[in-house]
Design a protein around this ligand. Structure first.
Ligand code: IFM
Length: 451
Protein backbone atom coordinates (compact mmCIF):
# COMPACT_ATOMS: atom_id res chain seq x y z
CA UNK A 1 0.00 0.00 0.00
CA UNK A 2 1.40 3.40 -0.93
CA UNK A 3 1.29 6.38 1.44
CA UNK A 4 -1.42 8.02 -0.60
CA UNK A 5 -3.84 5.11 -0.40
CA UNK A 6 -6.55 5.23 2.22
CA UNK A 7 -5.39 3.30 5.27
CA UNK A 8 -7.53 3.68 8.31
CA UNK A 9 -6.87 2.33 11.78
CA UNK A 10 -3.54 0.59 11.69
CA UNK A 11 -4.08 -3.18 11.96
CA UNK A 12 -7.90 -2.94 11.76
CA UNK A 13 -9.91 -4.68 9.05
CA UNK A 14 -11.09 -2.69 6.07
CA UNK A 15 -14.44 -1.11 6.73
CA UNK A 16 -13.97 -0.94 10.49
CA UNK A 17 -16.11 1.97 11.66
CA UNK A 18 -14.58 4.82 13.67
CA UNK A 19 -16.90 7.11 15.56
CA UNK A 20 -17.56 9.46 18.41
CA UNK A 21 -20.56 9.52 20.74
CA UNK A 22 -22.63 11.98 22.80
CA UNK A 23 -26.16 12.11 24.22
CA UNK A 24 -28.92 14.68 24.07
CA UNK A 25 -29.32 15.77 27.70
CA UNK A 26 -25.57 15.82 28.22
CA UNK A 27 -24.78 18.25 25.40
CA UNK A 28 -27.83 19.98 23.94
CA UNK A 29 -28.95 22.52 26.55
CA UNK A 30 -31.81 24.70 25.20
CA UNK A 31 -34.24 22.82 27.40
CA UNK A 32 -37.09 25.26 26.72
CA UNK A 33 -36.41 25.85 23.04
CA UNK A 34 -38.91 25.25 20.26
CA UNK A 35 -41.52 23.41 22.28
CA UNK A 36 -39.30 20.86 24.05
CA UNK A 37 -41.07 19.46 27.10
CA UNK A 38 -39.39 18.75 30.43
CA UNK A 39 -37.65 15.44 31.05
CA UNK A 40 -37.17 13.48 34.25
CA UNK A 41 -33.59 14.77 34.31
CA UNK A 42 -34.71 18.42 34.25
CA UNK A 43 -36.82 17.69 37.33
CA UNK A 44 -34.23 15.50 39.07
CA UNK A 45 -31.52 18.15 38.73
CA UNK A 46 -33.78 20.58 40.56
CA UNK A 47 -34.14 18.31 43.59
CA UNK A 48 -31.64 19.43 46.24
CA UNK A 49 -28.70 17.08 46.72
CA UNK A 50 -29.25 15.00 43.59
CA UNK A 51 -26.55 16.43 41.32
CA UNK A 52 -23.13 17.77 42.34
CA UNK A 53 -23.19 21.53 42.93
CA UNK A 54 -26.88 21.60 41.97
CA UNK A 55 -25.88 21.60 38.29
CA UNK A 56 -28.15 20.73 35.37
CA UNK A 57 -28.34 20.38 31.61
CA UNK A 58 -30.09 23.72 30.96
CA UNK A 59 -27.16 24.96 28.89
CA UNK A 60 -24.76 21.98 28.82
CA UNK A 61 -22.60 22.42 25.67
CA UNK A 62 -25.39 24.33 23.92
CA UNK A 63 -25.12 21.90 21.04
CA UNK A 64 -28.72 22.65 20.16
CA UNK A 65 -27.38 25.92 18.78
CA UNK A 66 -23.71 25.11 18.23
CA UNK A 67 -24.12 21.82 16.35
CA UNK A 68 -22.53 23.17 13.13
CA UNK A 69 -19.31 23.63 15.08
CA UNK A 70 -19.60 20.11 16.50
CA UNK A 71 -20.11 18.70 13.01
CA UNK A 72 -17.01 20.58 11.87
CA UNK A 73 -15.00 19.07 14.75
CA UNK A 74 -16.23 15.60 13.80
CA UNK A 75 -15.40 16.19 10.18
CA UNK A 76 -11.85 17.33 10.98
CA UNK A 77 -11.45 14.27 13.17
CA UNK A 78 -12.42 12.26 10.07
CA UNK A 79 -14.74 9.88 11.89
CA UNK A 80 -17.00 7.58 9.89
CA UNK A 81 -19.95 7.90 12.24
CA UNK A 82 -21.44 10.11 14.95
CA UNK A 83 -23.57 8.46 17.60
CA UNK A 84 -26.03 10.89 19.20
CA UNK A 85 -29.36 10.50 20.92
CA UNK A 86 -32.76 12.04 20.33
CA UNK A 87 -34.36 13.89 23.23
CA UNK A 88 -37.79 12.27 23.31
CA UNK A 89 -39.33 15.40 24.94
CA UNK A 90 -38.24 17.50 21.95
CA UNK A 91 -40.27 15.21 19.71
CA UNK A 92 -43.21 14.51 22.00
CA UNK A 93 -43.15 17.12 24.78
CA UNK A 94 -45.49 15.03 26.97
CA UNK A 95 -44.29 11.67 25.71
CA UNK A 96 -47.45 11.02 23.71
CA UNK A 97 -49.54 12.41 20.90
CA UNK A 98 -48.68 14.63 18.00
CA UNK A 99 -45.03 15.17 17.17
CA UNK A 100 -43.42 18.57 17.67
CA UNK A 101 -42.22 19.48 14.19
CA UNK A 102 -39.51 21.85 15.44
CA UNK A 103 -37.94 19.07 17.51
CA UNK A 104 -37.85 16.68 14.57
CA UNK A 105 -36.47 19.41 12.31
CA UNK A 106 -33.53 19.93 14.63
CA UNK A 107 -32.44 16.29 14.27
CA UNK A 108 -33.23 16.30 10.59
CA UNK A 109 -30.88 19.25 10.03
CA UNK A 110 -28.18 17.53 12.08
CA UNK A 111 -28.53 14.31 10.07
CA UNK A 112 -28.33 16.22 6.77
CA UNK A 113 -25.25 18.14 7.91
CA UNK A 114 -23.50 14.93 8.95
CA UNK A 115 -24.31 13.19 5.69
CA UNK A 116 -23.10 16.23 3.76
CA UNK A 117 -19.61 15.76 5.23
CA UNK A 118 -19.63 11.99 4.84
CA UNK A 119 -20.40 11.08 8.46
CA UNK A 120 -22.96 8.38 9.13
CA UNK A 121 -25.54 9.29 11.79
CA UNK A 122 -26.01 6.59 14.44
CA UNK A 123 -29.19 7.41 16.29
CA UNK A 124 -29.96 6.33 19.85
CA UNK A 125 -33.65 6.67 20.64
CA UNK A 126 -33.35 6.70 24.42
CA UNK A 127 -30.43 7.92 26.46
CA UNK A 128 -32.32 8.54 29.72
CA UNK A 129 -34.25 11.79 29.13
CA UNK A 130 -37.77 10.40 29.57
CA UNK A 131 -40.56 12.98 29.14
CA UNK A 132 -41.48 14.15 32.63
CA UNK A 133 -45.21 13.58 32.05
CA UNK A 134 -44.48 9.87 31.57
CA UNK A 135 -42.14 9.92 34.56
CA UNK A 136 -44.93 11.32 36.73
CA UNK A 137 -47.25 8.57 35.52
CA UNK A 138 -44.84 5.93 36.80
CA UNK A 139 -42.03 6.10 34.27
CA UNK A 140 -40.56 2.73 33.40
CA UNK A 141 -42.48 1.02 36.20
CA UNK A 142 -45.60 1.64 34.11
CA UNK A 143 -46.14 -0.77 31.25
CA UNK A 144 -47.72 1.96 29.16
CA UNK A 145 -44.34 3.72 28.88
CA UNK A 146 -43.17 0.85 26.66
CA UNK A 147 -46.06 1.45 24.24
CA UNK A 148 -45.43 5.19 24.30
CA UNK A 149 -41.79 4.50 23.43
CA UNK A 150 -42.75 2.32 20.47
CA UNK A 151 -45.01 5.10 19.19
CA UNK A 152 -42.21 7.68 19.52
CA UNK A 153 -39.74 5.28 17.87
CA UNK A 154 -42.11 4.83 14.93
CA UNK A 155 -42.32 8.61 14.54
CA UNK A 156 -38.53 8.83 14.36
CA UNK A 157 -38.22 5.91 11.92
CA UNK A 158 -40.66 7.71 9.62
CA UNK A 159 -38.94 11.08 10.04
CA UNK A 160 -35.31 10.02 9.62
CA UNK A 161 -35.44 6.47 8.31
CA UNK A 162 -34.74 7.60 4.75
CA UNK A 163 -31.32 8.88 5.88
CA UNK A 164 -30.38 7.03 9.08
CA UNK A 165 -29.11 3.49 8.57
CA UNK A 166 -28.15 2.64 12.18
CA UNK A 167 -30.49 2.85 15.14
CA UNK A 168 -30.19 1.80 18.72
CA UNK A 169 -33.23 1.57 20.92
CA UNK A 170 -31.93 2.03 24.47
CA UNK A 171 -28.60 3.13 25.84
CA UNK A 172 -27.48 1.18 28.93
CA UNK A 173 -30.93 0.16 30.16
CA UNK A 174 -29.29 -1.21 33.33
CA UNK A 175 -28.59 2.40 34.33
CA UNK A 176 -32.18 3.45 33.63
CA UNK A 177 -33.56 0.59 35.73
CA UNK A 178 -31.05 0.16 38.54
CA UNK A 179 -29.41 3.57 38.96
CA UNK A 180 -32.83 5.16 38.45
CA UNK A 181 -35.11 2.93 40.51
CA UNK A 182 -32.91 0.94 42.92
CA UNK A 183 -29.81 3.01 43.72
CA UNK A 184 -31.53 6.40 43.48
CA UNK A 185 -28.48 7.91 41.77
CA UNK A 186 -30.17 8.75 38.50
CA UNK A 187 -33.60 10.15 37.68
CA UNK A 188 -36.17 9.47 38.97
CA UNK A 189 -34.13 8.71 42.10
CA UNK A 190 -36.12 5.83 43.63
CA UNK A 191 -34.66 3.26 46.00
CA UNK A 192 -36.91 0.33 45.44
CA UNK A 193 -35.77 -3.01 44.02
CA UNK A 194 -39.19 -4.22 42.83
CA UNK A 195 -39.52 -1.00 40.84
CA UNK A 196 -36.12 -1.60 39.24
CA UNK A 197 -37.22 -5.08 38.17
CA UNK A 198 -40.51 -3.81 36.75
CA UNK A 199 -38.54 -1.10 34.93
CA UNK A 200 -36.19 -3.74 33.53
CA UNK A 201 -39.05 -5.66 31.97
CA UNK A 202 -40.73 -2.58 30.57
CA UNK A 203 -37.48 -1.26 29.11
CA UNK A 204 -36.94 -4.59 27.40
CA UNK A 205 -40.52 -4.60 26.19
CA UNK A 206 -40.03 -1.06 24.85
CA UNK A 207 -36.94 -2.25 23.03
CA UNK A 208 -38.78 -5.23 21.53
CA UNK A 209 -41.79 -3.18 20.47
CA UNK A 210 -39.51 -0.64 18.78
CA UNK A 211 -37.59 -3.36 16.92
CA UNK A 212 -40.93 -4.83 15.85
CA UNK A 213 -42.10 -1.41 14.59
CA UNK A 214 -38.80 -1.02 12.72
CA UNK A 215 -39.22 -4.37 10.99
CA UNK A 216 -42.89 -3.92 10.25
CA UNK A 217 -42.18 -0.48 8.79
CA UNK A 218 -39.66 -2.22 6.52
CA UNK A 219 -37.14 0.45 7.49
CA UNK A 220 -33.88 0.08 5.65
CA UNK A 221 -30.83 -0.19 7.88
CA UNK A 222 -29.95 -1.93 11.11
CA UNK A 223 -31.17 -1.78 14.68
CA UNK A 224 -29.56 -2.90 17.92
CA UNK A 225 -29.36 -2.49 21.67
CA UNK A 226 -26.55 -0.86 23.67
CA UNK A 227 -25.66 -2.42 27.01
CA UNK A 228 -23.00 -1.69 29.59
CA UNK A 229 -22.03 -5.22 30.53
CA UNK A 230 -19.99 -5.98 33.60
CA UNK A 231 -17.73 -9.00 33.71
CA UNK A 232 -15.74 -8.48 36.91
CA UNK A 233 -12.74 -10.67 37.42
CA UNK A 234 -12.50 -12.95 40.44
CA UNK A 235 -10.22 -11.55 43.15
CA UNK A 236 -8.56 -14.97 43.46
CA UNK A 237 -8.68 -18.25 41.58
CA UNK A 238 -10.64 -19.90 44.40
CA UNK A 239 -13.78 -21.61 43.07
CA UNK A 240 -15.99 -19.47 45.33
CA UNK A 241 -14.57 -16.25 43.87
CA UNK A 242 -14.83 -17.59 40.33
CA UNK A 243 -18.51 -18.37 40.93
CA UNK A 244 -19.05 -14.96 42.55
CA UNK A 245 -17.60 -13.23 39.48
CA UNK A 246 -20.06 -15.16 37.31
CA UNK A 247 -23.00 -14.06 39.48
CA UNK A 248 -21.73 -10.48 39.52
CA UNK A 249 -21.95 -10.21 35.75
CA UNK A 250 -25.62 -11.18 35.44
CA UNK A 251 -27.45 -8.00 36.39
CA UNK A 252 -25.65 -5.90 33.80
CA UNK A 253 -25.22 -8.54 31.14
CA UNK A 254 -27.33 -11.73 31.04
CA UNK A 255 -30.38 -10.03 32.55
CA UNK A 256 -30.57 -8.06 29.28
CA UNK A 257 -28.97 -10.28 26.67
CA UNK A 258 -30.63 -13.55 27.71
CA UNK A 259 -34.18 -12.31 27.04
CA UNK A 260 -33.10 -10.39 23.93
CA UNK A 261 -31.63 -13.61 22.52
CA UNK A 262 -34.73 -15.61 23.39
CA UNK A 263 -33.51 -17.35 26.54
CA UNK A 264 -35.86 -15.70 29.00
CA UNK A 265 -34.79 -14.13 32.27
CA UNK A 266 -31.89 -15.67 34.23
CA UNK A 267 -33.71 -17.85 36.76
CA UNK A 268 -31.02 -17.88 39.46
CA UNK A 269 -30.92 -14.09 39.46
CA UNK A 270 -34.68 -13.81 40.00
CA UNK A 271 -34.73 -16.66 42.52
CA UNK A 272 -32.03 -14.98 44.63
CA UNK A 273 -34.42 -12.03 44.95
CA UNK A 274 -37.58 -14.06 45.32
CA UNK A 275 -38.79 -12.00 42.37
CA UNK A 276 -40.73 -12.51 39.18
CA UNK A 277 -41.13 -10.22 36.21
CA UNK A 278 -44.46 -8.66 35.15
CA UNK A 279 -44.48 -10.71 31.94
CA UNK A 280 -47.68 -10.78 29.88
CA UNK A 281 -48.59 -12.93 26.89
CA UNK A 282 -46.23 -12.51 23.91
CA UNK A 283 -43.83 -10.21 25.80
CA UNK A 284 -40.88 -12.57 25.64
CA UNK A 285 -41.32 -13.14 21.91
CA UNK A 286 -41.43 -9.39 21.33
CA UNK A 287 -38.33 -8.84 23.45
CA UNK A 288 -36.52 -11.50 21.45
CA UNK A 289 -37.25 -9.79 18.11
CA UNK A 290 -34.00 -10.37 16.16
CA UNK A 291 -31.54 -7.48 16.29
CA UNK A 292 -28.67 -6.69 13.95
CA UNK A 293 -25.97 -5.79 16.44
CA UNK A 294 -25.14 -5.32 20.10
CA UNK A 295 -23.41 -2.17 21.30
CA UNK A 296 -21.04 -2.48 24.23
CA UNK A 297 -20.20 0.49 26.42
CA UNK A 298 -17.01 -0.28 28.30
CA UNK A 299 -15.08 1.86 30.76
CA UNK A 300 -13.56 -0.40 33.41
CA UNK A 301 -13.41 -3.84 34.95
CA UNK A 302 -13.84 -4.50 38.66
CA UNK A 303 -12.67 -7.35 40.87
CA UNK A 304 -14.99 -9.26 43.19
CA UNK A 305 -14.86 -11.88 45.92
CA UNK A 306 -17.51 -14.20 47.30
CA UNK A 307 -19.42 -13.11 50.41
CA UNK A 308 -22.50 -14.65 52.04
CA UNK A 309 -25.69 -13.65 50.26
CA UNK A 310 -27.88 -11.20 52.18
CA UNK A 311 -31.11 -9.41 51.26
CA UNK A 312 -29.03 -6.35 50.41
CA UNK A 313 -26.56 -8.35 48.36
CA UNK A 314 -28.56 -11.32 47.06
CA UNK A 315 -25.90 -12.41 44.57
CA UNK A 316 -23.24 -12.93 47.26
CA UNK A 317 -20.32 -10.91 45.94
CA UNK A 318 -18.42 -7.83 47.04
CA UNK A 319 -16.04 -5.52 45.22
CA UNK A 320 -12.44 -5.67 46.40
CA UNK A 321 -9.77 -2.98 46.20
CA UNK A 322 -7.15 -3.24 43.47
CA UNK A 323 -3.77 -1.61 42.90
CA UNK A 324 -4.74 -0.62 39.37
CA UNK A 325 -4.47 2.97 38.13
CA UNK A 326 -7.82 4.77 38.31
CA UNK A 327 -9.55 7.47 36.28
CA UNK A 328 -11.15 10.42 38.05
CA UNK A 329 -14.34 8.40 38.32
CA UNK A 330 -12.35 6.03 40.52
CA UNK A 331 -12.65 3.38 37.79
CA UNK A 332 -9.81 0.91 37.20
CA UNK A 333 -8.05 1.33 33.86
CA UNK A 334 -8.11 -2.20 32.38
CA UNK A 335 -7.77 -2.19 28.57
CA UNK A 336 -7.65 -5.98 28.41
CA UNK A 337 -10.97 -6.04 30.25
CA UNK A 338 -12.49 -4.69 27.03
CA UNK A 339 -11.03 -7.60 25.12
CA UNK A 340 -12.38 -9.98 27.76
CA UNK A 341 -15.91 -8.57 27.79
CA UNK A 342 -16.13 -8.57 23.98
CA UNK A 343 -14.91 -12.17 23.93
CA UNK A 344 -17.35 -13.16 26.69
CA UNK A 345 -20.32 -11.67 24.84
CA UNK A 346 -19.43 -13.14 21.48
CA UNK A 347 -18.96 -16.59 23.02
CA UNK A 348 -22.09 -16.48 25.18
CA UNK A 349 -24.74 -15.06 22.83
CA UNK A 350 -25.24 -15.45 19.07
CA UNK A 351 -24.37 -11.83 18.24
CA UNK A 352 -23.90 -11.14 14.56
CA UNK A 353 -22.00 -7.90 15.02
CA UNK A 354 -20.56 -6.07 17.99
CA UNK A 355 -19.67 -2.40 18.25
CA UNK A 356 -17.92 -0.63 21.08
CA UNK A 357 -20.49 2.14 21.28
CA UNK A 358 -18.75 4.02 24.14
CA UNK A 359 -15.27 3.98 25.59
CA UNK A 360 -13.37 6.79 27.24
CA UNK A 361 -12.16 8.23 30.50
CA UNK A 362 -12.64 11.13 32.90
CA UNK A 363 -9.45 13.03 33.70
CA UNK A 364 -8.75 16.64 34.38
CA UNK A 365 -6.69 18.35 31.69
CA UNK A 366 -4.05 21.01 31.81
CA UNK A 367 -3.48 24.02 29.62
CA UNK A 368 -0.01 24.22 28.08
CA UNK A 369 1.80 27.51 27.53
CA UNK A 370 1.14 27.25 23.79
CA UNK A 371 -2.59 27.04 24.44
CA UNK A 372 -3.01 23.32 23.74
CA UNK A 373 -4.97 21.08 26.09
CA UNK A 374 -2.78 18.34 27.51
CA UNK A 375 -4.47 15.08 28.53
CA UNK A 376 -1.73 12.46 28.42
CA UNK A 377 -3.65 10.06 30.68
CA UNK A 378 -6.63 10.05 28.32
CA UNK A 379 -4.32 9.51 25.33
CA UNK A 380 -2.80 6.49 27.11
CA UNK A 381 -6.30 5.21 27.93
CA UNK A 382 -7.36 5.38 24.28
CA UNK A 383 -4.13 3.85 23.06
CA UNK A 384 -4.59 0.84 25.35
CA UNK A 385 -8.26 0.32 24.61
CA UNK A 386 -7.94 0.66 20.85
CA UNK A 387 -5.16 -1.93 21.00
CA UNK A 388 -7.50 -4.17 23.01
CA UNK A 389 -10.08 -3.91 20.20
CA UNK A 390 -7.43 -5.04 17.74
CA UNK A 391 -6.67 -7.99 20.05
CA UNK A 392 -10.36 -8.86 20.26
CA UNK A 393 -10.67 -8.93 16.48
CA UNK A 394 -7.60 -11.18 16.30
CA UNK A 395 -9.39 -13.44 18.83
CA UNK A 396 -12.24 -13.78 16.34
CA UNK A 397 -14.72 -11.36 17.90
CA UNK A 398 -17.06 -9.88 15.24
CA UNK A 399 -16.20 -6.33 16.31
CA UNK A 400 -17.16 -3.89 13.56
CA UNK A 401 -16.57 -0.46 15.03
CA UNK A 402 -15.52 1.76 17.91
CA UNK A 403 -16.97 5.02 19.26
CA UNK A 404 -15.02 7.29 21.59
CA UNK A 405 -16.93 8.75 24.52
CA UNK A 406 -17.15 11.61 24.25
CA UNK A 407 -16.71 14.27 21.61
CA UNK A 408 -17.25 17.02 24.19
CA UNK A 409 -16.76 17.61 27.89
CA UNK A 410 -20.37 17.47 29.02
CA UNK A 411 -22.92 16.99 31.80
CA UNK A 412 -21.89 13.79 33.55
CA UNK A 413 -25.26 13.08 35.21
CA UNK A 414 -25.11 13.10 39.04
CA UNK A 415 -21.48 14.30 38.85
CA UNK A 416 -22.50 17.45 37.01
CA UNK A 417 -19.69 19.06 35.02
CA UNK A 418 -16.99 17.94 37.46
CA UNK A 419 -15.96 14.90 35.44
CA UNK A 420 -14.67 15.49 31.92
CA UNK A 421 -14.80 12.73 29.32
CA UNK A 422 -14.37 14.91 26.23
CA UNK A 423 -11.66 14.76 23.62
CA UNK A 424 -12.69 18.37 23.04
CA UNK A 425 -12.70 20.76 26.01
CA UNK A 426 -15.71 23.03 26.43
CA UNK A 427 -15.12 26.27 28.30
CA UNK A 428 -17.83 26.36 30.99
CA UNK A 429 -18.34 30.12 30.58
CA UNK A 430 -17.87 30.83 26.91
CA UNK A 431 -18.70 27.29 25.66
CA UNK A 432 -15.75 27.64 23.31
CA UNK A 433 -14.57 24.24 22.03
CA UNK A 434 -10.87 23.33 22.06
CA UNK A 435 -9.56 19.98 20.87
CA UNK A 436 -7.37 18.20 23.40
CA UNK A 437 -4.28 16.13 22.66
CA UNK A 438 -6.54 13.04 22.78
CA UNK A 439 -8.56 14.48 19.86
CA UNK A 440 -5.38 14.63 17.76
CA UNK A 441 -4.32 11.20 18.99
CA UNK A 442 -7.68 9.74 17.94
CA UNK A 443 -7.53 11.48 14.54
CA UNK A 444 -4.10 9.91 13.99
CA UNK A 445 -5.27 6.49 15.19
CA UNK A 446 -8.17 6.63 12.72
CA UNK A 447 -5.77 7.69 9.97
CA UNK A 448 -3.70 4.62 10.68
CA UNK A 449 -0.62 6.20 12.21
CA UNK A 450 0.39 3.87 15.02
CA UNK A 451 2.59 6.40 16.73
O1 IFM B 1 -21.60 9.80 30.37
C1 IFM B 1 -21.98 8.46 30.46
C2 IFM B 1 -22.95 8.13 29.34
O2 IFM B 1 -24.07 8.92 29.38
C3 IFM B 1 -23.39 6.69 29.45
N1 IFM B 1 -22.26 5.80 29.55
C4 IFM B 1 -21.25 6.12 30.53
C5 IFM B 1 -20.79 7.55 30.36
C6 IFM B 1 -19.69 7.88 31.39
O3 IFM B 1 -20.17 7.71 32.68
Amino acid sequence: MSDTEEKRGDGFPEGFLWGCATSSYQIEGAVDADGRGPSIWDAFCREPGRVAFGQNGDVACDSYHRWPEDVRLLSELDVDAYRFSIAWPRVQPDGRGAANRAGIDYYSRLVDALLAVGIEPWVTLYHWDLPLALGRAGGWTDRDTAYRFADYAGTMFRALGDRVAHWTTLNEPWCSAFLGYEAGEHAPGLRDRPSALRATHHLLLAHGLAVDAFRRGACPGEIGLVVNPATPRPATRRPADLAAAGRASVERTGLWLDPVFGRGYPEAYLAARGASMPVEADDMELIAAPIDFVGVNYYNEDAVKAVPATPLCPDGYAYVPTSIEKTEMGWDVVPQGLRRVLGFISRSWPVRELYVTENGAAYSDSAAADGSVRDAARVAYYRGHIAACRDAIADGVPLRGYFAWSLLDNFEWAHGYGKSFGIVAVDPKTLERKPKDSYYFYRDAIAGYSE
